[in-house]
Design a protein around this ligand. Structure first.
Ligand SMILES: [Zn+2]
Length: 371
């Protein structure tokens, strides 16, 4: 979606390196199963399998996306650590095999009581490669929460269970729940960056301009205890009137330069833009030298809907602000510093709003893609 803070070059580099490394490991898989076979033969006694689940049981991203989970089905599928490990490996969310970084041999899985997962990767040779967590190089690596709870937490987040209820259901502290919900929002944020989606343009069927309502609103503007005003944050956003696809972005100011740049970034040429009478919007039709957008204005001091043309209003974006604000208010532990991340969550949910598919499957595929 939209890039607010640009990634630092070193971060990008890290990702690229990581990606290449993963590919290399991927190519080495065949070699790995051969060497695993050799280890078994040479040692003369059977060893633990070197895959968490058989390779042919690992689902493709599209298959994961098409799964429809209900809580009733999910709980028995992941209610022990072993089942949770297999469940995640099958969905490509844990490394299904691992090569020893010292000797290059396929690591085996061995029981280990010193970790909550009860097992770990272990090099089968005498090299000093040692052991690795079963969560190595996965999204779950940074947490010590049992994997069963991790999976259920993802499900509860998707189902919009408030954080205090998540804590109670999973028997976890509120700091853990807040951290996790923030990790999940980071996934949403990254997904929006990877798959930016502009809105508006021309309707592919009718070639008519798609109507986009734009508006700005202030968040967290409120009287603080002791009567001081706390400065709020301006958020600029737009919504496609018919589909509900939207973007939202925190802005430092509401000047013409800022808002026009964001319009060009987020709204496709050909769109018909409707805004209120804020002066920064006076030149929308001249953006990019003119000809990109058409523009109607509804002056809210006079009416909310144009009396001559009832199509001229910004009530969709108004309702969207209201829903977003209500949701922010309801969130347990909402902090102003996290405003942008809450907006990402909101836009992400809106982007994938689809009666057919569950957000849960979508979230799983996003995590898989990113790790
Ligand atoms: Zn080794």
């Amino acid at each position: 979606m939209f890039l607010l803070e640009t990634e630092s070059r070193s971060d990008k580099k890290k990702k690229v390196v990581c990606f290449h490394w993963k590919r290399k490991v991927g190519y080495a898989c065949d070699e790995l199963s051969k060497s695993a076979e050799n280890i078994k033969m040479a040692g003369g006694r059977p060893r633990n399998p070197v895959n968490l689940v058989p390779v042919d049981q690992v689902l493709q991203p599209q298959q994961v996306l098409e799964e429809q989970w209900t809580l009733l089905e999910l709980i028995p599928a992941v209610d022990t650590t072993d089942k949770a490990i297999q469940w995640l490996a099958r969905r490509g969310m844990l490394r299904n095999h691992l090569l020893c970084h010292v000797c290059g041999n396929g690591m085996t899985v061995s029981g280990y009581n010193g970790h909550i997962d009860g097992k770990r990767w272990k090099c089968p040779t005498q090299c000093r490669g040692g052991t690795k967590s079963i969560r190595f190089d996965s999204w779950f690596q940074r947490s010590h929460l049992p994997l069963t709870k991790c999976i259920l937490l993802l499900y509860f987040w998707v189902e919009d269970l408030p954080q205090d209820k998540i804590c109670r259901e999973l028997g976890i502290g509120c700091h853990t729940a807040i951290d996790w919900c923030n990790f999940i929002r980071e996934v949403c944020d990254e997904d929006l960056r990877r798959h930016p989606q502009q809105i508006g343009g021309l309707d592919p069927q009718t070639w008519e301009p798609v109507v986009v309502e734009i508006d700005e609103t202030k968040y967290f503007h409120r009287k603080y205890h002791r009567g001081q005003w706390r400065e709020g944050h301006w958020v600029f956003g737009g919504i496609e009137r018919d589909s509900g696809k939207c973007f939202m972005v925190e802005v430092q100011d509401r000047t013409r330069a800022t808002l026009e740049a964001l319009i060009q970034e987020w709204i496709l040429p050909g769109s018909h833009i409707i805004s209120d009478g804020w002066r920064s919007y006076h030149h929308v039709e001249q953006i990019g030298g003119g000809g990109l957008y058409t523009h109607d204005v509804i002056v809210h001091e006079n009416h909310f809907v144009d009396p001559k043309n009832p199509a001229i209003h910004t009530q969709n974006i108004g309702n969207t602000w209201m829903r977003a604000k209500r949701k922010l208010k309801r969130q347990f532990g909402t902090s102003e510093a996290l405003l942008q991340s809450y907006l990402y969550e909101f836009v992400w949910r809106n982007k994938y709003k689809d009666g057919q598919r569950s957000y849960f499957s979508r979230l799983l595929t996003c995590i898989r893609e990113q790790y």
